[in-house]
Design a protein around this ligand. Structure first.
Ligand code: NAI
Length: 427
């Protein structure tokens, strides 16, 4: 075991933090009908009894409901953050009060502490890993390969994590099965699109107290997240400009009615720049040099490498904190470029950020929970590598949600099912 202490040993007034954390969790739970259904089943059936689950996720109220659900399903859970700025300490403290949960997540940790907390989680010798960004899988493989034989499998929440896992799998370096939770429809079509769209724009608006109306909003990347951001920004009367590197996505953005242009051109006209690529060096020195005074720069991609802050620091003659969560970089000619939330994923890392709406995370975490159950129920079906979430699990979560929303929908008749599955009914 490492010496890194759980959150309860790091806070001055842990009791007050636990009360506030529990209050946030209770609110979230009230709006998570999928997790309520899964929790009821898990409490009754104890499908995770005897398992040890290691988690590295954004530790805030919605995630906490997933963590508790896994613990109430019989598992011992150790959890830490997957970003130094996205933890809510009060929620982390409330989780740590649970007999079967140890939470190491703390907001504002430095790099060393961040990784120490991941070591501490892995010291619990997990049988299952649940990641958002693949930090746990990477560290287990690099530094604790002796644990791999005891690991049944894992689940990965986000696009960047799934990209890393697929690269690892292609190299033959992934030694246990991991579900690509991100890629399943009930996650990606809602969390990435609506969740990132709504919460990124809300976080920027709340942090800056500025309007979207009439602004030129440059959205870098027209993937799932970018589409959500673009659509919601347009819905608030912004002029949306899209930058892309993938021709079909660029064409899609064009046909949706957005202006599409290279970043080098967008840099000259944008008022707000929001990166959603999962790539690096998307907004760089040559772009900063062309930007207007007062622009906002924010990132909604997983890592804080989309906006080249080192280059911006080099260019700046002065920096100052313009508001809570906004750093102004003053260039030689007096132009101010304002970076929101240190270029970290803005919907979770700005001081006022709350992450995705609760309803959206109910879906994503419902999938996470049933994937963990599936790893245990059907362990033999999954060899080492990245696996798609089985379609019946995705449908199960959709049906629970529709029932909770009171939405009824049609079912195929036998004749229709037969027709759709046949090849010999021509004209
Ligand atoms: P995606 O793969 O659907 O979309 C990314 C898009 O960016 C692609 O169309 C790609 O062609 C484009 N792109 C790549 N490099 C580019 C460049 N240099 N300039 C312009 N476009 C470029 O991925 P998705 O699902 O939209 O996720 C994007 C990122 O957001 C990932 O890092 C993911 O982990 C993260 N994410 C963040 C969330 C949040 O809460 N902020 C929620 C879900 C995902």
């Amino acid at each position: 075991m490492t010496e890194y202490p759980p959150i309860s040993e790091q806070l001055d007034d842990v009791d007050a933090a636990r009360v506030e954390g529990r209050r946030k969790m209770d609110w979230a739970a009230q709006h998570m009908p999928i997790m309520a259904a899964v929790r009821e089943e898990f409490e009754a059936d104890q499908p995770l009894a005897g398992e040890r689950i290691a988690m590295a996720m954004h530790v805030e109220a919605k995630t906490a409901i997933l963590v508790e659900t896994l613990a109430d399903g019989g598992a011992e859970v150790a959890v830490t953050g997957c970003n130094p700025l996205s933890t809510h300490d009060d929620v982390s403290a409330a989780l740590d009060a649970h007999d079967s949960i140890t939470s190491y997540a703390k907001r504002g940790v430095n790099d060393e502490e961040y990784y120490e907390a991941i070591h501490a989680v892995i010291a619990h010798e997990p049988t299952i890993t649940v990641d958002d960004g693949m930090d746990l899988v990477a560290m287990v493989h690099e530094e604790y390969p002796e644990l791999i034989d005891g690991i049944v499998g894992g689940a990965e929440e986000t696009t960047t994590g799934v990209h890393r896992l697929r690269a690892m799998d292609a190299d033959g370096a992934l030694d246990y099965p991991v579900f690509a939770v991100n890629d399943t429809p009930m996650k990606r079509l809602f969390d990435n699109v609506h969740g990132t769209g709504e919460s990124s724009l809300a976080s920027i608006a709340m942090t800056t107290n500025l309007s979207w109306a009439g602004k030129n909003v440059v959205v870098a990347g027209f993937g799932y997240c970018g589409k959500g951001v673009a659509r919601k920004a347009a819905g608030q009367n912004a002029n949306v400009i899209v930058t892309e590197v993938e021709p079909r996505r660029a064409l899609e953005a064009h046909m949706e009615g957005y202006d599409v242009m290279p970043m080098a051109e967008a840099a000259e006209v944008g008022d707000v720049f929001l990166t959603t690529t999962g790539n690096r060096d998307v907004v760089v020195r040559e772009h900063f040099e062309k930007m207007k005074d007062g622009v906002l720069l924010a990132n909604a991609g997983h890592f804080d490498i989309e906006i080249d802050l080192d280059a911006l620091s080099d260019l700046a003659v002065e920096t100052y904190e313009a508001r809570d969560g906004v750093d102004a970089y003053v260039l030689e000619d007096g132009r101010r470029l304002n970076v929101v939330a240190e270029g970290r994923l803005v919907n979770l890392a700005a001081p006022v950020s709350l992450g995705h709406p609760v309803e959206v995370m109910d879906q994503s975490f419902g999938i996470q929970a049933v994937c963990v159950r599936e790893l245990l129920e059907n362990a033999d079906a999954y060899g080492p590598g990245v696996h798609d979430v089985p379609d019946d699990l995705d449908r199960e979560i959709a049906e629970i949600k529709l029932a909770a929303e009171g939405v009824e929908f049609d079912a195929l008749t036998d004749v229709q099912r037969e027709y759709m599955g046949s090849w010999d009914h021509g004209t």
